[in-house]
Write a protein that binds this ligand. Structure first.
Ligand SMILES: Nc1ncnc2c1ncn2[C@@H]1O[C@H](COP(=O)(O)OP(=O)(O)O)[C@@H](O)[C@H]1O
Ligand SMILES: N[C@@H](CCOP(=O)(O)O)C(=O)O
Length: 319
């Protein structure tokens, strides 16, 4: 018996909710913009790891540094606490996601690995326990706890981190008609470094604007006002400080706005940029411009996406 889980790319922050808002996305042309992990019954040793996929060369050479191995360690510890047995496994990571991209690459590996391990063990851990483990792993990698990649990647859709009353995250209704153009330039921005450059304290006016933008966006989503929601997608917390890490971001935002996009921002800690529109022709025009002007090398790419409402899913038993 074996199981394969696909975990999609995600947009941390969605500009307006630093660390508390995230969206899962998948390309409309069916490209797998996310990692897949296969778990099968192993032989004589507790754990064996194989790695394949287009970004396999970017992974750490030492198996113990691989997120998939670390997921197995964390999963085993949790199972031990519950007195549940862990089977010997062979895990195969299909690394489709560039690392340090702002597309939640680490979250894709964490979520695909933990969800696949849990499915292989007959869902021994409940959803909240598994999501808490995912957050713990993301914190260890990035330097501080944030669920805005792992929650949408695991649960799908647009997720708001409430972290209250034992609930980590809940889904917020979004707009099915929105296209999300995702442009990865091909350069690396490590999340931990992009967090380290942020100020420790903010001015009162920024705090007020941040609260107004986030509340206005969520209100726009719940009251079905896409124009209002999109106009609230403004970032006063991270973008002013991170923009310097993203060559060409200001020009790209300017072009997208002129072309009719509803909003443009940094995906997670960058360098990926997202741009939202409800018009396919605008999405195609913006995507073409970004391909020609924002992408910097052959590793970069642009995809026109929709919200991925499913989150991580079983794709079968073979890669
Ligand atoms: N399977 C994996 N997928 C992604 N990153 C991994 C994996 N295993 C180990 N790593 C390491 O974890 C870190 C992830 O970097 P990070 O900037 O958080 O990525 P991202 O922003 O794309 O989530 C890197 O140091 C990378 O080498
Ligand atoms: N809220 C985090 C999101 C990081 O996303 P990633 O895809 O760049 O790992 C942050 O902005 O630091």
């Amino acid at each position: 018996m074996s199981v394969v889980v696909y975990a999609p790319a995600s947009i941390g922050n969605v500009s307006v909710g630093f660390d508390v808002l995230g969206a899962a996305v998948s390309p409309i042309d069916g490209t797998l913009l996310g990692d897949r992990v296969k778990v099968e019954g192993g032989g004589d040793v507790p754990f064996t790891l194989n790695c394949v996929g287009s970004f396999v060369d970017k992974l750490p050479k030492d198996q113990e540094e691989n997120i998939v191995y670390q997921s197995f360690v964390v999963f085993s510890r949790e199972m031990e606490k519950l007195g549940q047995p862990v089977r010997n496994v062979t895990m195969t990571l299909e690394k489709n996601m560039p690392i340090g991209s702002g597309l939640g690459s680490s979250a894709c590996s964490i979520v695909a690995a933990l969800d696949a391990l849990n499915k292989f063990h007959d869902e021994a851990l409940d959803e909240t326990t598994l999501l808490a483990l995912m957050g713990e792993m993301e914190a260890a990698i990035s330097g501080s706890l944030h669920y805005d990649n792992v929650a949408p990647c695991y649960l799908g859709g647009l997720q708001l981190m409430v972290e209250q009353m034992g609930i980590i995250s809940q889904e917020v209704p979004c707009f099915d008609e929105w296209y999300w153009v995702m442009a990865y330039p091909g350069i690396k921005v490590p999340t931990a470094e992009a967090r380290a450059i942020l100020p420790a304290q903010y001015r009162r006016q920024d705090v007020i604007n941040h609260g107004r933008h986030l509340a206005g966006f969520i209100h726009g989503c719940y009251s079905g006002q896409p124009q209002l929601a999109a106009s609230m997608i403004k970032d006063v917390v991270a973008e002013p400080y991170r923009e310097k890490l993203l060559p060409g971001f200001a020009e790209a935002r300017h072009y997208a706005e002129d072309a009719g996009a509803l909003a443009t921002g940094i995906s997670g800690s960058g360098p990926t940029l997202f741009s939202i529109t409800d018009d396919k022709a605008v999405a195609e025009r913006v995507a073409k411009w970004l391909e020609e002007n924002y992408v910097q090398n052959e590793e970069g790419f642009v995809h026109i996406c929709r919200l991925d409402v499913k989150g991580s899913t079983v794709t079968g038993s073979e890669l």
